[in-house]
Each structure stands twice: as structure tokens, then as C-alpha cells.
Design a protein around this ligand. Structure first.
Ligand code: ATP
Ligand code: MG
Length: 457
């Protein structure tokens, strides 16, 4: 976690620096917004800018954006000054921190931006296998593809691999390919030369060069467009990158980790992801199982999150009651560890007793979680089946639902650009099992709006 302090912070720089360093941040300081942009452009990267609220935050953000530099900004001002706070937020700051700095507030802001120091809880045998594999390959420079449903802990594993590698003292830089607009991502990754586009007033060092010697995590790599995929392939094969508008390749020494919650094989078959790039990235695949398949992790994680949130909310230590434990163990946790973490956070806040009772385990809207498990599982199965229907015609689904065709299921290309899905040869069995044979037709006609509409012959 790298923090760049901009301005004098009302004389509180050293106090803020000490607090941030105590929480594991590397801290640098510049006096002006111009120097901040110069530092970022030069590859002295930062995960967060803490900017004196008296400075022109809007101008700083605009200057960064013009150069395709994306870094969150928090403003810091002396005392609680609502007008100044409101102005800073209007100008684009994410938070306002009042000075003198409050250790807990700074820690919370740092934690929200960067999850570097999050511990990893592993109890289930299936996760232990993943960790064993991660341990075996962490020391090499092999690229790793980390896959699994949303919220299973892909980023946590990526940090773990970096910390176990010989690059651990070098930078760990993460880029979320889905969060950065396509036209900015190229500069963000590869940097650019002066004059490469309007606004490129000087050379800018990208994340590949920033991460030199260390690890680059390409989060949600499936969202990278095909042109950038080619550029990435070259970087992986030849260990050089081309800055945007640059004439000379720049050598880089990095280890690439990539994550995805989509089926990359299917993306390759659909022509959406380069096969050669997938081979390069997928030297080793760490597949993180969904939480519902790691029952022994559920209890351990629940206790861990309850302790964590009791402490951070100044509540006394709590235990999960027996009923509550049964409830968390039977819920299917479609949002995986993230959903469990949020549910335990809520449970700590909702329970007034020593124990966290079953009634405190609730969805964000207050609905009970886990007790209608049979229904929940049925709904999930139905939703899963519906997901497989997306992109297919009524005729195709009907044909597959007919057992006479079960052995000769054709492979169909994607039909829907917004929800590309490949044909699943088990669709007939799934649809029949869940909806009954004729219902397969029914559910297809009551299809999601993106399901392709064609006339049934
Ligand atoms: N094994 C674990 N121990 C402790 N906390 C965990 C573990 N796995 C995940 N978490 C926590 O769960 C949350 C989600 O994890 P993470 O961001 O790594 O998931 P992800 O797979 O990258 O999700 P997404 O696909 O949405 O990006 C984070 O707050 C993370 O700290
Ligand atoms: Mg992630």
C-alpha cells in the first residue's frame, strides 16, 4: 500500500505519516498538486493520494485523468469543517479526514483502499489443497490464473502467492481490468509517451513498469479487449512492453497473476479471449471452490468475521449460537466469502446478546438467511438452469429437452452478446430435472430479455 501525501496537511504530515506507516503503508510526500502528477507520471505509483483540502483537488484529479492516471483521492483538512469537506467531496475526493489525524479513521481509509494485510482463514480440506499448490508454485515465476465465483477470495490468494514468492519485497500492483474504462486501461498498464494523445503532456510510466521486479495482478482479465490482449501476450512472451506512442520497447521483469470469475475456456471458444494468451497465463490454475463446497471454512470464517467486527465496532466478544451455526452451515452463500463477511458484520450489529443468535443472521433487507434452505437450493438450481438458457433459441432448448436428442447435442456458438454462454450438453437433463419436460419449453419462452428471439420452425 503506497500513500502519497500532497501539501502540508496543516502541519500534521509527520503524525499522518506515522499512523499510515504503522498500518503498513509506504508513504511519500510532495508539496504541490503539480508535483503529485509528476510523481505519478514517473511511475512513483500510489494507491491513494491524501491531499490537503486547501489545494485544488479538482485540478489535480483533472490533470491525472488527462494523463489517464487513476488513483483515488481523500482530502484532509484541519478540524471538522463541513463546508470544506463538502467542497472536497464535490471536487472528487472520496473521503474527508479531519486533522489532527485520527488513527482509526486513517486505518479504516487505508483498509478500504488496500487489502494487503488481510489474514487468510483456511480450514477446509479442499482449500488446503489449493494452498498446497499455491505454496509449490509461489517461488517460481510461472503465471497463475486464479479462478472462482465472485467473492471466493481470489484476490486474497493472489496476495498470498506474492508474499510467498521471492518477489515479496518488490511491489505488488493490482489492476482491475473491469473497473478501468477501456480507453484508459492501455495507458494504465503500459504507460505512454509525451504527445501520444491529447493531454499526454509528458511520459507516463504504466503499471507494468511500476511493478518491475514484483508481481502484477490483472484482476478480472476476462474484461480486457482483444487488442490489449495481444499487447499483453507480447509482454508475456518477449518480456518487453510498448508504451502508448512509444517507439522503443521497454524491458520488464514481472510475474503475472490473473483472476477471472468467468469460464475462460468458453470465452476462447466464443472468440472473446485469445487462446495463446490463456495458455500463457494459465501455466497453473488455482481454482477456488465456492464457499458452499467448503463447509469447514464456513464455521471458521464466521467466527473470524464475528471477532473482527465485534472488535472494530467496540462490541464485546461474541460466539455464534448453535442454531445460528446450523443456519450459516446450511445457507448456500451465492455471494461466497464476501456475502458471509457482510452477514457476520450485520449479525454483530443486530445481536444484543452474548451469543449471535439465529435471528441476527439476516440478508441486507432484513430477510432471514439460511432457514429456508430447501427452497433456497431449489431457487438457485432453477436460476442456474435459466442462466444456461441465456443466448439460446426456444427451438434449441426444446430440442435439447427431448431425450431422443440427448446423445447428439450440437455445440452452438453464442447467440447473445451481452451474456455470452456456450452450449451446455447437460442442459436437457438439468432443465428436465428442475422444470419437468414440458416446462423446459415454458421456461425458455419466459426467458431473460437477452435470450435470442427467433421463430421456432
Ligand atoms: N480465506 C479467507 N479468509 C479471510 N477472508 C477472506 C478469505 N477469502 C475471502 N476473504 C474476504 O472476502 C472478501 C472477498 O474476497 P476477494 O476480494 O479476495 O474475493 P474475489 O474472489 O476476488 O471476489 P471478486 O470476484 O468479486 O473480485 C474480502 O473481504 C476478503 O478479505
Ligand atoms: Mg477480486
Amino acid at each position: 500500500m503506497r500513500l502519497l501525501i500532497v501539501g502540508s496537511l496543516g502541519g500534521q504530515i509527520s503524525a499522518a505519516t506515522q499512523i499510515a506507516m504503522r498500518h503498513g503503508a509506504k508513504v511519500a510526500h510532495v508539496d504541490t498538486i503539480e508535483q503529485a502528477t509528476i510523481a505519478l507520471r514517473a511511475g512513483k505509483g500510489a494507491d491513494l493520494l491524501m491531499v490537503d483540502a486547501r489545494l485544488d483537488i479538482a485540478a489535480l484529479i483533472a490533470a491525472n485523468e488527462a494523463e489517464h492516471i487513476v488513483v483515488p483521492v481523500v482530502a484532509a483538512g484541519v478540524g471538522i469543517d463541513p463546508m470544506m469537506a463538502a467542497r472536497a467531496i464535490r471536487q472528487g475526493a472520496r473521503e474527508y479526514i479531519s486533522l489532527p489525524p485520527d488513527a482509526e479513521l486513517i486505518a479504516a481509509v487505508l483498509a478500504a483502499v488496500c487489502d494487503d494485510d488481510k489474514p487468510m482463514i483456511v480450514e477446509d480440506a479442499s482449500m488446503k489443497q489449493v494452498i498446497t499448490l499455491a505454496d509449490q508454485i509461489a517461488g517460481s515465476d510461472a503465471s497463475i490464473m486464479i479462478t472462482g465465483e465472485s467473492g471466493v477470495g481470489k484476490e486474497v490468494i493472489a496476495h498470498y502467492v506474492h508474499k510467498k514468492s521471492k518477489r515479496r519485497d518488490k511491489p505488488f500492483i493490482a489492476v482491475n481490468c473491469a473497473a478501468i474504462p477501456e480507453h484508459l486501461l492501455e495507458s494504465e498498464l503500459f504507460g505512454h509517451e509525451k504527445g501520444a494523445f491529447t493531454g499526454a503532456v509528458a511520459r507516463r510510466i504504466g503499471k507494468f513498469e511500476e511493478a518491475d521486479g514484483g508481481t502484477l495482478l490483472l484482476d478480472e482479465i476476462s474484461e480486457m479487449d482483444l487488442r490489449l490482449q495481444s499487447k499483453l501476450l507480447r509482454a508475456l512472451q518477449e518480456r518487453v512492453i510498448d508504451r502508448v506512442g512509444g517507439a522503443k520497447p521497454v524491458p520488464v521483469n514481472i510475474r503475472i497473476l490473473a483472476t477471472s470469475n468467468r469460464d475462460m475456456g468458453q470465452m476462447v471458444r466464443a472468440g472473446e479471449f485469445r487462446e495463446d494468451l490463456l495458455y500463457r497465463l494459465n501455466v497453473v490454475n488455482l481454482r477456488i471452490p465456492p464457499l458452499r463446497e467448503r463447509k469447514d471454512d464456513i464455521a471458521a470464517l464466521s467466527h473470524f468475521f464475528i471477532d473482527k467486527y465485534a472488535r472494530s465496532n467496540g462490541r464485546p466478544a461474541k460466539r455464534l449460537s448453535k442454531e445460528a451455526l446450523t443456519q450459516v452451515l446450511t445457507h448456500t452463500w451465492p455471494g461466497n466469502v464476501r456475502e458471509l463477511e457482510n452477514a457476520m458484520h450485520r449479525a454483530v450489529l443486530l445481536s444484543n446478546n452474548e451469543d449471535v443468535g439465529a435471528d441476527a443472521i439476516r440478508a441486507p433487507d432484513g430477510a432471514p438467511v439460511g432457514i429456508h434452505d430447501a427452497t433456497g437450493a431449489a431457487i438457485e438450481a432453477a436460476q442456474e438452469a435459466a442462466r444456461h438458457l441465456v443466448g439460446r433459441t426456444v427451438a434449441e432448448v426444446e430440442q435439447d429437452a427431448d431425450p431422443r436428442n440427448a446423445d447428439a447435442l450440437p455445440r452452438q456458438p453464442y447467440a447473445c452478446s451481452t451474456h455470452p454462454r456456450h452450449f451446455d450438453p447437460h442442459i436437457a437433463q438439468q432443465v428436465e430435472a428442475i422444470f419437468g419436460r414440458r416446462s423446459a419449453h415454458h421456461s425458455a419462452t419466459h426467458r431473460p430479455s437477452c435470450l435470442k428471439r427467433t421463430t421456432t420452425k
